[in-house]
Design a protein around this ligand. Sequence first.
Ligand SMILES: [Zn+2]
Ligand SMILES: [Zn+2]
Length: 79
Amino acid sequence: MAGGPDVAGLIEDDAVSVITEGLVVCDICGSGSAPHLIANCARCNAREHGYCMEGLTFLIPLIWFCNRCQRNANRAPRS
Ligand SMILES: [Zn+2]
Ligand SMILES: [Zn+2]
């Protein structure tokens, strides 16, 4: 059994954390431009530009739910 550290795996993990950490990126277009127009789903933490989401809006509500969560919210959440 070779006991070397899995260097490739570590590098991959690090790259992912660099991308996701501290940078707001739209889940739909993958761009981080116009961060003030990116809505952040209060439920699943999805991020979408107001102009990328279905039902385009330039007024990002303070508490916003993405399409999927809006559908789920219509059903009783499992507590
Ligand atoms: Zn976008
Ligand atoms: Zn959501």
